[in-house]
Design a protein around this ligand. Structure first.
Ligand SMILES: Cc1cc2nc3c(=O)[nH]c(=O)nc-3n(C[C@H](O)[C@H](O)[C@H](O)COP(=O)(O)OP(=O)(O)OC[C@H]3O[C@@H](n4cnc5c(N)ncnc54)[C@H](O)[C@@H]3O)c2cc1C
Length: 532
């Protein structure tokens, strides 16, 4: 069936879809929120938003879509920026996974938890807190809304990543509805008879095939995650560096020795706007959050006092910042990790400064989602790569060289840039650049704000000249990272993937897609094509 924009035809298709999946929640108006992600806008609005409540409903939806010639794009909270879920053509139904948001099976003794895909990282952390357990990777900054199903589909990094890897390393098994409508189980849970999802690699690692697939191989309907003991003691330290390359070297070493659970670098501008944007130094709510989020009232009060006291000093000249959170079995363990981090940082030229940012990060790991625009309402294009520890400095320099080449254009178009640097122990460091420019916001940029926050957002109008310049600069950065063999989470249709794979690998990927989704109805384009 060919794609047309015919309204009668579309109405007919949606009626057919509704009849084929009785009980399916289907929204067919007010869909502009779903035509964009945080960076990309699709040529076509979606036909509808379908919100299934169970794996069986997802299965029926896939079977009906296949029969009717519709495309499906699964969506969690929509907090990504790599064209992973926006419509690829005018016959696309967005599949909203947020209704499937139950914690299905929590087994502290066997150390696993099974969740539906719409469970958020914040929801899971709250559920695990009373039993003193955590998942090794335990979420993204966006985890107040970001869903577990989406994160493991596209790959997520941050909380826990400095010593325990990305979202993929925490997954034991999956349930997936493929493009043929089959419900497929991976890991030890696929055993016939009495099965437990406690083990990932029983035979070939089929779970791994679906992690980082950006949803191209099917829609995840259950995820089993590993559980480990939560930290008993936590310590914080921050350092200022004049030299970002020296800082990246230190971050790589901290990862290689598995010293921190999180290690985050920021350029001076990003650090200051994070402090300002979230009112970290003065805002009473933040301080209350720190008190509440700390393990005890005493340590909460101590941390809040330290943050308040450091507010003024923070505004003094800071360079590139490195913020570390260390976890340990006891205080001696934490102290010895912090001591070693201090040695590494000092040897690389870092100066210890008050550790406000990591304290707030740990007390309030999932802040309200008001950072989709900068505090002055500029748009942001986030681009990231992860490279081996030994190449972090080179990657940073190459990225800076691209900005230097485009300095004139950036000045003319009012474009600036910042950095977030991260440790991916033991082997890699992450470089993320935030390219900021003035442009009209999309609906999603203000979607998570309160009315009062929305009213305060500075109005900005469309700026095609600057957004074209952002595309050009971003393309050059991604090309340089590609030449270095950098890897990416969140490939979607943003980063070149298939075209960068060796022929035998590319063939296998194509064969898998053909087997699992022969009519290319699920997240078409993800992994397999790159937007220009
Ligand atoms: C302010 C901010 C902070 C962020 N912080 C981080 C961070 O610390 N670390 C990080 O890695 N990322 C971060 N991100 C990026 C992003 O929020 C995360 O990657 C997050 O995991 C996305 O979750 P989501 O539910 O919003 O996914 P969505 O954007 O809804 O979807 C992402 C992808 O997953 C697919 N998908 C969704 N559900 C399913 C499913 N059930 N089955 C198969 N495929 C599915 C979609 O098709 C899409 O390709 C941040 C983004 C913002 C805006």
């Amino acid at each position: 069936m060919s794609a047309t924009g015919d309204t009668n035809q579309n109405t007919f298709l949606l009626e057919q879809l509704g009849t084929s999946v009785p009980g399916l929640e289907l929204q067919i108006s007010n869909l502009s929120l779903y035509q964009t992600d945080i960076y990309y806008v699709a040529e076509h609005p979606p036909l509808a938003l379908a919100s299934p409540a169970s794996a069986e409903e997802v299965k029926q939806l896939v079977l009906a879509a296949r029969r009717l010639g519709l495309k499906l794009a699964s969506r969690g909270a929509g907090l990504s920026y790599s064209s992973g879920y926006i419509p690829a053509n005018d016959r696309t139904v967005i599949v909203d996974m947020t209704r499937m948001n139950s914690i299905v099976d929590l087994q502290p003794e066997d150390r696993y938890v099974t969740v539906e895909p719409g469970v958020t990282w914040s929801q899971l952390r709250e559920a695990l807190k009373p039993i003193g357990l955590t998942t090794p990777f335990w979420g993204t900054f966006s985890g107040l809304y970001a869903t577990i199903g989406a994160t493991v589909s596209q790959g997520g990094k941050f909380y826990g990543s400095a010593s325990r890897g990305t979202s993929a390393e925490s997954v034991l098994g999956l349930q997936i509805v493929t493009g043929t409508g089959e419900i497929l189980t991976t890991g030890s849970a696929a055993t016939i008879g009495e099965a437990s999802p406690f083990f990932r690699n029983y035979g070939p690692d089929l779970t791994g095939v679906f992690l980082g697939d950006c949803g191209a191989f099917g829609i995840k309907t259950r995820i089993t995650l590993q559980l480990i003991p939560a930290a008993v003691e936590t310590g914080f330290c921050s350092f200022s560096f004049d030299e970002p390359l020296a800082q990246l070297g230190a971050m790589g070493k901290i990862g290689a020795e598995l010293l921190a659970s999180e290690c985050l670098g920021m350029d001076p501008f990003t650090a200051r706007s994070r402090m300002a944007g979230e009112g970290l130094t003065s805002d009473i709510a933040t301080l209350l959050g720190v008190i509440k989020g700390s393990g005890s009232i005493f340590s909460g009060l101590r941390d809040a006092a330290l943050i308040a006291a450091s507010g003024r000093r923070f505004s003094e000249k800071v360079g590139y910042l490195m913020n570390c959170i260390c976890e340990g079995r006891d205080q001696a363990d934490v102290r010895s990790r912090m001591r070693r981090i201090r040695e590494i940082a000092t040897a690389a030229g870092g100066r210890a400064i008050p550790a406000s940012i990591p304290r707030v990060m740990r007390a309030m790991p999932f802040p309200p989602m008001n950072g989709l625009l900068t505090p002055s309402a500029k748009r942001v294009n986030w681009l990231h790569t992860v490279v081996p520890n030994s190449r972090g400095g080179e990657c940073f320099s190459k990225t800076e060289a691209v900005f230097a080449r485009h300095a004139r254009l950036m000045k003319d178009c009012g474009i600036d840039r910042g950095y977030l640097l991260s440790t991916h122990g033991p082997s890699g460091v992450g470089i993320e650049t935030l390219i900021r420019w003035s442009d009209a916001p999309y609906a999603i940029h203000t979607h998570f704000m309160s009315d009062a926050e929305k009213a305060k957002v500075r109005q900005r109008s469309e700026n095609p000249k600057s957004s074209a310049a952002v595309i050009e600069i971003s393309k050059d950065i991604v090309a340089d990272w590609r030449d270095m063999g950098g890897v990416h989470m969140q490939i979607g249709r943003k980063y070149p993937y298939l075209e960068t794979r060796q022929p035998a690998t590319a063939t296998l990927l194509g064969d898998l897609k053909q087997k699992l989704d022969p009519d290319n109805i699920i997240n078409p384009g993800n992994l397999f094509s790159t937007l220009k």
